[in-house]
Design a protein around this ligand. Structure first.
Ligand SMILES: [Zn+2]
Length: 595
């Protein structure tokens, strides 16, 4: 009994020291518990360890963790779980105590007993996905007080917390023996990882893999004698890697609080499928990036694709693309300032109409932008070549990947922070078309134009930064456990030589976006807390064989001193339905006030 108590004290001390270490921002690594003071049976542990050591149970994979920009953990939740170790049957039969555990766990008595009795290797009380079922303080205390041989409460790391945010950004891990053999042969042969080690399969888990592999796992094992009796005092052994620098920590630019609110706002506006991106207006850093539908990183359905990050997927932009056409027209000088156009509601060919029946009448170019007049933009596009439009679009960070990248990838390739960022296109196959019918459809953001929400938000950042295109960052740095820097990712501009537009035209379009809210299609935003600016888009598409629309709103706020650029898209909404993206845009901006 004394030995049992001593062991519990030991584990308690371990838990406390671990917590203290975490609190102090340092991790204390213990290779193996000092067994000297416990060797009452004079056991030669080294000689007997193989024979006596039962299969261990993993408490922490040792994989690096993600943190938000304020140092809040996004992965690696510490939970307490119940572990059953195999001990000799005669020492395990205490029906009353076992029944009490079932009651404490609120588990079915026979299911719990079956679990307990069948534990011929250490096992964790887990759900159907193999996830440890977290114990409350009260549950942990009561189970520990029962002192049942082989039943322990232990702290373990749940990589993806139950209330995790930014799940699509972070992605998920999975077994991939082939990838390990190909990419990590050295670590495999050194024994640092095994073929069954879970590695990044999507998101930052995948792109940051080179920094995430740890120095080894933390596991706990039970030592028994030949008759499976626990070795008194030294039966439960914790093994941890002896490396003070690991696991590494990956610091993101995301703000977990804002991210959580953005995710909530998309849902509360009834958006079932879509995305929102919040960028720092000054440098393009990703403050929040949300995607719907939601998914469970422990139950991946590779086919249904809900785990894919829609903020990085290129879709039809609709009238958001008029921003690009307007800039191209100004840069090329094909429209003179103050020039007026006429819209009678029908372009007259290619089946192109204005969304406003009867038309906008005589209208200036900037008012046509604010009112999103299709006919005027088709007329302007008649003066522009497809090649020129595509060139300007590329200078604005479209028709190309825009996220942070460098050239030190695997096998001399490119390394990107974002996983599977789509580059989108302006024309089919990214080949400019000079066909007038194609050009005018392209001018209103239909036909073959594809843009991702990240690109759309970054386009706004470009307008707010004198026409210079940023390359948005989502990872700021990687650090050792000690806090020492491993790598810093500096703010970047998109390859300077072939990007950017004139500061004058960038400022003009930023102003026109203000007009959209004051006197155009964004009037419903006039009641927002901040003065806002932006551009709407309603892109026609087909969903499940039926006509549908992607509702877009991209813009910035506050208008006089921009802090954030935001893009919201609600995908595959019914035609003529309520505009969910503009409502979500407003809610996001209202939420950002004072943050
Ligand atoms: Zn019109």
């Amino acid at each position: 009994m004394r030995a049992v108590r001593q062991r519990r004290i030991w584990l308690g001390l371990l838990a406390i020291s671990l917590m203290m270490a975490v609190l102090l921002g340092r991790l204390v690594w213990i290779q193996v518990i000092d067994t000297g003071s416990f060797s009452r049976r004079e056991v030669d542990l080294v000689a007997n360890s193989v024979a006596q050591r039962e299969a261990g149970i993993e408490l922490d994979s040792g994989r690096g963790q993600f943190y938000d920009r304020n140092g809040l953990p996004l992965t690696g939740e510490r939970v307490r779980a119940l572990v059953v170790f195999p001990v000799r049957r005669t020492e395990r039969e205490d029906d009353a105590a076992l029944n009490e555990v079932a009651a404490i766990l609120r588990a079915d008595e026979s299911a719990w007993r079956e679990f307990y009795r069948s534990a011929d290797i250490p096992k964790m009380w887990a759900d159907d996905a193999g996830l440890p079922i977290p114990l409350t303080n009260e549950q942990a205390r009561r189970i520990a007080a029962l002192s049942i041989p082989g039943v322990e409460v232990m702290e373990t790391v749940r990589r993806y917390p139950a209330d995790a945010v930014a799940k699509h950004v972070i992605g998920f891990v999975g077994e991939n023996p082939q990838r390990i053999e190909t990419l990590f042969a050295d670590r495999l042969s050194s024994g640092a990882i095994s073929l069954s080690t879970r590695i990044g399969a999507a998101g930052l888990e995948k792109t940051m893999e080179r920094y995430l592999q740890g120095a080894g796992k933390t596991s706990v094992s039970l030592f028994t004698d030949g008759a499976r009796r626990p070795l008194s005092g030294l039966d439960v052994r914790l093994v941890r890697p002896n490396n003070p620098y690991y696991p590494l920590r990956v610091d993101l630019t995301i703000d977990a609080g804002i991210q959580r609110e953005v995710e909530r706002i998309l849902k509360s506006n009834g958006i079932a499928s879509g995305a929102a991106v919040v960028l720092d207006a000054a440098n393009g850093d990703v403050v929040a990036m949300a995607s719907l539908p939601d998914f469970d990183p422990y139950r991946i359905d590779l086919k249904d694709g809900s785990w894919g990050n829609k903020a990085l997927k290129a879709i039809t932009p609709g009238s958001v693309f008029k921003t690009v056409v307007a800039i191209a027209a100004l840069e090329e000088g094909v429209v003179s300032p103050g020039e007026t156009f006429h819209c009678d509601g029908d372009f007259g060919k290619y089946g192109l109409h204005c969304w406003l029946h009867g038309g906008h009448g005589t209208i200036t170019f900037d008012q046509a932008f604010a009112d999103s007049c299709n006919v005027v933009f088709a007329q302007v596009m008649q003066r522009l070549s497809g090649a020129k439009l595509q060139e300007v679009a590329e200078r604005l960070g479209l028709n190309r990947q825009v996220g942070w990248m460098t050239d030190d990838g695997e096998e001399g390739g490119v390394w990107r922070q974002f996983d599977s960022e789509e580059r989108g296109q302006i024309f089919a196959g990214r080949v400019p078309s000079e066909d007038e019918g194609v050009r005018v459809q392209t001018a209103i953001g239909q036909r073959d134009v594809l843009i991702s929400p990240l690109q759309a938000a970054n386009l706004v950042v470009t307008l707010l930064n004198g026409g210079e295109v940023r390359s948005p960052r989502i990872v700021r740095d990687v650090r050792y456990s000690t806090g020492t820097l491993v790598r810093f990712f500096p703010e970047r501009k998109l390859s300077a030589g072939d990007s950017g537009i004139s500061a004058e035209h960038a400022a003009t379009l930023a102003q026109w976006m203000r007009k959209v809210v004051l006197d155009g299609t964004g009037k419903s935003l006039r009641q927002a807390k901040w003065q806002l600016a932006g551009k709407s888009g309603t892109a026609e598409t087909i969903a499940n064989g039926k006509p549908a629309v992607h509702q877009w709103f991209v813009g910035y706020g506050p208008a006089d001193k921009p802090e954030y650029a935001v893009a919201v898209v609600a995908q595959n909404e019914p035609e003529n339905g309520v505009n969910r993206s503009i409502a979500a845009f407003r809610d996001i901006m209202d939420m950002l006030v004072g943050r």
